[in-house]
Design a binder for this molecule. Structure first.
Ligand code: ZN
Ligand code: ZN
Length: 348
């Protein structure tokens, strides 16, 4: 086998180079996957912009985390997978034995193991992910759809934790890839969906993904009043903030109805503080929640939705590019291009 591969190496702030690096060697229980597709994601964009990720990436490092591919090699002791199988491997796996894992809050695992490096010809999948968060693809599921398992698992968990029920009105603030997924899964779950968006093309996208109403904050300077108006003056049963900005966190609290639930789904920059009206929280019995990441259970639910073709990559993947163009693709995303997700194809 070859000894080197082409990979994107992150050196720091907006500094990515395409280089030849050694193909990782396998230990017991590990698997080497030849990457067919790696999807761009808002998290990768943040990593590119900031040059690091507090919990996952210290440069110089390989990055990218939404991938699917074909098993190239299995390490000693791997039983459930063999060379040639088409798989999706998730970007993390919990330890299954700590305090949080035993409470089924695996996303909060004290030793959550992350794996990055999807923007490369090959990626090594650590034993723990092989054992708990790698899934074999049915023949009729495309690599691109399968690679969406990770973000979809986050979106499903976000909706589930919000507790939204059939017929409820769910307002989603933000129409990035995850905002659009939240809109789509809320609609699939039988909710009425209001989308709060910022850019013109997002209005169309939000409607296409199932939003019943769209509030455009450029055209409507009072998004809170607009959402309250759309809900007979009550406010939304639940609001999911999928932007990660303090102003949107505040809007979320102001546009939820009495007794409603707010889910702070979007993570703000380190050190961000938000002011909240305590009277409103107390006398209106507002529940504030936040959800982060995914669990093995939501990963499997997401995979099932993809296998059933209820969620398709063709709705999300708006472009394709070879690995050599990764930097241009990320730069375009920063410059606010209209792409939802780009499929990076390392084999080109
Ligand atoms: Zn992602
Ligand atoms: Zn754990």
């Amino acid at each position: 086998m070859k000894s080197h591969m082409t990979a994107a190496v992150l050196y720091g702030k907006e500094d990515v180079k395409i280089e030849r690096v050694p193909i990782p060697a396998l230990d017991a229980g590990e698997v080497l996957v030849k990457v067919n597709v790696a999807l761009t994601c808002g998290t990768d964009l943040k990593v590119y912009q900031r040059g690091y990720h507090a919990r996952m990436i210290v440069p110089p490092a390989l990055f990218g985390h939404e991938l699917s591919g074909v098993i190239e090699e299995v390490g000693p002791g791997v039983r459930d997978f063999r060379k040639g199988m088409r798989v999706v491997a998730l970007n993390s796996a919990p330890c299954s034995s700590c305090f949080y894992c035993l409470k089924h809050q695996e996303n909060l695992c004290e030793d959550l193991l992350f794996n990055n490096g999807a923007y490369a010809e090959y990626i090594k999948i650590p034993r723990r992910i092989v054992e708990s968060n790698m899934l074999a693809l049915p023949d009729d599921v495309s690599f691109e759809s399968a690679a969406m398992t990770e973000p979809l698992a986050c979106a499903l968990r976000g909706l589930q934790e919000t507790g939204a029920d059939l017929g409820d009105t769910v307002t989603v603030i933000g129409a990035g890839p995850l905002g659009l997924m939240l809109i789509q899964v809320a609609k699939l779950a039988g909710c009425n969906v209001i989308a709060v968006v910022k850019r013109d093309e997002q209005t169309k996208a939000a409607k296409r993904f199932g939003a019943d109403e769209v509030v455009h904050i450029g055209k409507n300077k009072e998004p809170v009043a607009a959402v309250v108006h759309l809900t007979e003056g009550r406010g939304s049963d639940s609001v999911i903030e999928a932007v990660g900005r303090p102003q949107a966190w505040q809007w979320a609290v102001e546009m939820v109805r009495r007794g409603g639930v707010v889910n702070f789904f979007g993570g703000c920059a380190n050190g961000t503080k938000v002011e909240l009206d305590t009277n409103r929280l107390h006398y209106s019995e507002i529940t504030l929640k936040a959800t982060f990441h995914h669990t093995p259970q939501t990963v499997r639910r997401a995979f099932t939705l993809i296998a059933e073709k209820k969620i398709k990559s063709t709705d999300y993947v708006t472009g394709e590019a070879p690995l050599s163009k990764l930097k241009q693709v990320l730069q375009q995303m920063l410059d606010r291009g209209s792409q939802i997700k780009t499929a990076i194809i390392p084999g080109h």
